[in-house]
Design a protein. Structure first.
Length: 315
């Protein structure tokens, strides 16, 4: 069925969602010349314990679970700069629990210092202290598995001070990677499950409602028999679908939806939120000889690399 459109309602709901995100994630920005903060407090979610670890050892330990220790050196080093920036910028993200970051995908996957390998220690050492900066502050450099051809605009996903303003870029390097193209069929009988998770259990129909300027879907509209409807963020639809049917259901927000008699056919590009460094692309670029700095410059257009603690080094 075709649904009537109300741009004003859509804008209102997206603004409310953005405000909720901002208040949930507000934290202070870290200047690039900050010194003396060379450890991070990591919250271990399984036990509630907080582990204080040296920043550089932390970076070497998260790389195996974030990009894999067998990635080529230039890709590992680019990921090391991103992971370090993220950990520095997210200082105090878990302040309520006495920590900076947690050990899950909510922040960065940390399974203990023993996860570091020879290769990831080398990548951390080769990039020691290097961070991504914007306006003199370290940014929470985003990264994801596969963009599928074009990266996303971070501010279309998160609205907080640590998120950098990056220009979406074309990416031909990841197109042959698993997850660059995907399909998912949502049977009509399962629409209520998803609708319930999204807080509108009466919904039986859905359609793409709005796109962000990076081309990804920003919002979908859910509709119930009788005319009631609700606009929901595409990011939330993907998150709830992942909870229900796994991360390989709706893999990204870069998709089209076609309504068929038996349900909804999703056809999409990329895996993950799509912002910042595309890990599959970074690995392919490193294999074809691109340097760490070229990889960082491609995916973080609008940010610069600086040395943490070096006054005046930003941008
Ligand atoms: Zn966390
Ligand atoms: Zn890509």
């Amino acid at each position: 069925m075709r649904l009537a459109r109300s741009a004003a309602l859509c804008a209102l709901l997206l603004l409310a969602a953005a405000a909720a995100l901002r208040s949930a994630r507000a934290a202070s920005r870290i200047p690039v010349d900050a010194t003396g903060e060379t450890t991070r407090r990591v919250l271990r979610l399984a036990t509630g314990a907080v582990e204080t670890v040296p920043l550089e050892a932390y970076v070497a330990a998260v790389l195996p679970d974030e990009i894999g220790s067998f990635a080529p050196p230039a890709a590992l080093e680019a990921q090391a700069v991103a992971a370090r920036s993220y950990a520095v910028a997210q200082k105090g993200r878990h302040a309520d629990q006495g920590a900076d970051v947690c050990d899950s995908v909510h922040c960065q996957v940390f399974r203990g210092l023993g996860r570091a390998t020879e290769a990831t220690r080398r990548a951390a050492a080769a990039t020691r202290g290097l961070v991504l900066v914007q306006g003199g502050h370290v940014v929470a450099a985003p990264f994801h598995a596969v963009c599928g051809g074009r990266t996303a605009r971070p501010s279309a996903i998160w609205d907080d001070e640590e998120t950098p303003e990056l220009t979406p870029v074309e990416d031909d390097a990841c197109l042959a990677s698993p997850g660059a193209r995907w399909t998912f069929f949502l049977p009509r009988a399962k629409v209520p499950l998803l609708a319930e998770k999204l807080g509108f259990p009466a919904a039986r129909f859905l359609e793409v409602w709005a796109h962000a300027d990076d081309g990804r879907v920003a919002a979908l509209r859910l509709a119930a028999p009788g005319g009631r409807s609700r606009v929901v963020r595409a990011f939330d639809v993907r998150a709830r679908a992942s909870e229900l049917w796994g991360w390989s259901s709706i893999r990204s927000t870069d998709f089209e939806v076609e309504e068929r008699p038996a349900g909804y056919a999703f056809t999409g590009r990329g895996t993950g939120h799509g912002a910042g460094l595309c890990q599959a692309g970074a690995i392919a670029r490193a294999r074809r000889g691109e340097s760490r700095d070229a990889i960082l410059a491609h995916y973080y257009r609008g940010a610069a690399v600086a040395t943490l603690g070096a006054r005046g080094a930003a941008e």
